[in-house]
Design a protein around this ligand. Structure first.
Ligand SMILES: *Cc1c(COP(=O)(O)O)cnc(C)c1O
Length: 419
């Protein structure tokens, strides 16, 4: 099936006289005929449902749909994008380990990697996404367990050079984990370019309507865990009578361990109702992504031609620094544009406050056009040095182009620029 069809049909196939739409199974628990039957499930929770802290039929239908769209062998939804990133890392790193991340990542992920994980003695080594192979390889330590990067960085819009990072990661026998939130599987399929694990904030384009906060981890099943140093996956888990994930679950070892161990213990699973809403968004994702790209390109062209705009980043623009990488890896440059208004911070704030259609909100990838000033919002906690490192100018505006008629969006921007 093609993506448009998967968006509608993957993950749920009703049998005779069953509901056409994925049902909301709003139940914490599941009933068994006997004590023995329940006991069996505790030996291997993948065999049946036990408790909605780590598995639920509505959520699982969505997990299967997303896994299919990304071309993975399994997925696990989480209650936020942050939780997806956290568990994706914790599934491989324990205290005393390190991992490498590109510097150009979402501000919330910077906080998680640079501050909170540090408190648990998991070290993040930051490298510039455009650093050379030699530089990145030189930052490896003996305890480095993975490389992390974003397909289209939020908000710098740097496009990740997948093949470069995958090559280094695999030479070092560690996986490449990619945050594919801004591209979605419609515009980029990171597994085709060597990524091993994908995470998303489903709160963004997947949901699309600003209805639910959620995340997901997808496993390609391609990484050979026995090639590297991953005792948590290739060694016994005493919380399940010494089960060895790679022996019992083969290619699905990573994603099953994430559910059986981390989701069981941390319990950051979404509700059935949230998954139902996410599924509605996914049904139209392919269609929406096409229009986001089309609208954003026209808006970017308009901004590029304006003499009030100092600089603009949009990987779909022919002059953009990441145009070539975008052409190589993306089917479209998505709906987010960042630009610097002439006159710095004050002018940027004045521009934003003059918008009438576009709303000022801490969100991106809404179906409605919205704007954000990263330096005073999402990236407020970063120092000036960190802001510079992640590519954020104090006058930068992040514009998330919505699905209104593009002429209405441009007219709104044009009157705000005049103001
Ligand atoms: C929003 C976002 C996150 C965090 O997701 P939440 O759902 O807000 O927790 C992670 N990565 C990227 C690229 C994001 O845009």
């Amino acid at each position: 099936m093609r993506d448009e069809t998967k968006c509608l049909h993957s993950g749920y196939t009703p049998k005779n006289a069953e509901p056409r739409v994925v049902p909301i199974v709003q139940s914490t628990t599941y009933v068994y005929d006997s004590t023995e039957a329940i006991g069996d499930v505790f030996d291997d929770p993948t065999k049946s449902l036990i408790y909605s802290r780590f598995a639920n039929p509505t959520v699982m239908a969505v997990e299967d749909k997303i896994a299919d769209l990304e071309g993975g062998i399994g997925a696990m939804c989480t209650s936020s994008g942050q939780a997806a990133t956290l568990l994706a890392i914790l599934n491989l790193c324990k205290s005393g380990d390190s991992f490498i991340s590109t510097t150009q990542i979402y501000g919330g992920t910077v906080n998680l990697f640079a501050y909170t994980m540090q408190k648990y003695e998991i070290e993040c080594i930051f490298v510039d996404c455009d650093a050379s192979e030699e530089e990145i390889e030189a930052s490896f330590k003996d305890n480095t367990k993975l490389i992390f990067g974003e397909t289209i960085a939020n908000p710098g819009l740097n496009v990740l050079d997948f093949e470069k990072l995958a090559k280094i990661a695999h030479r070092r026998n560690v996986p490449l984990i990619v945050d594919n939130t801004f591209a979605t599987p419609i515009l980029c399929k990171p597994f085709e370019y060597g990524a091993d694990i994908i995470v998303h904030s489903t709160s963004k384009y997947m949901d699309g309507h600003a209805l639910q906060v959620g995340g997901v981890i997808i496993d390609s099943g391609n990484f050979d865990w026995s090639s590297g140093d991953f005792p948590e996956i290739t060694g016994p888990d005493m919380s399940y009578k010494g089960i060895i994930y790679t022996d019992t679950y083969g290619k699905s070892a990573y994603i099953i361990k994430a559910r059986m161990q981390l989701m069981r213990d941390f319990g950051v699973y979404p509700s059935a109702h949230s998954a139902f809403l996410l599924n509605l968004g996914l049904e139209t994702m392919a269609l929406r992504m096409e229009r986001y790209c089309e609208n954003a390109y026209k808006v970017a062209k308009y901004l590029e031609a304006s003499d009030k705009i100092e600089s603009i980043s949009y990987p779909g623009l022919e002059n953009d620094k990441y145009y070539e990488l975008g052409q190589k890896y993306l089917k479209g440059a998505s709906g987010v544009i960042t630009f610097n208004v002439k006159g710095g911070k004050a002018a940027a704030v004045k521009f934003m406050d003059s918008l009438k259609l576009a709303s000022n909100e801490v969100h991106v990838a809404d179906i409605r056009t919205c704007v954000l000033h990263p330096a005073s919002a999402t990236h407020r906690q970063l120092t000036d040095e960190q802001l510079e490192a992640v590519g954020i100018n104090p006058g930068m505006v992040r514009l998330s182009v919505g699905l209104e008629h593009v002429d209405d969006i441009i007219e709104d921007i044009s009157q705000a620029i005049r103001s």
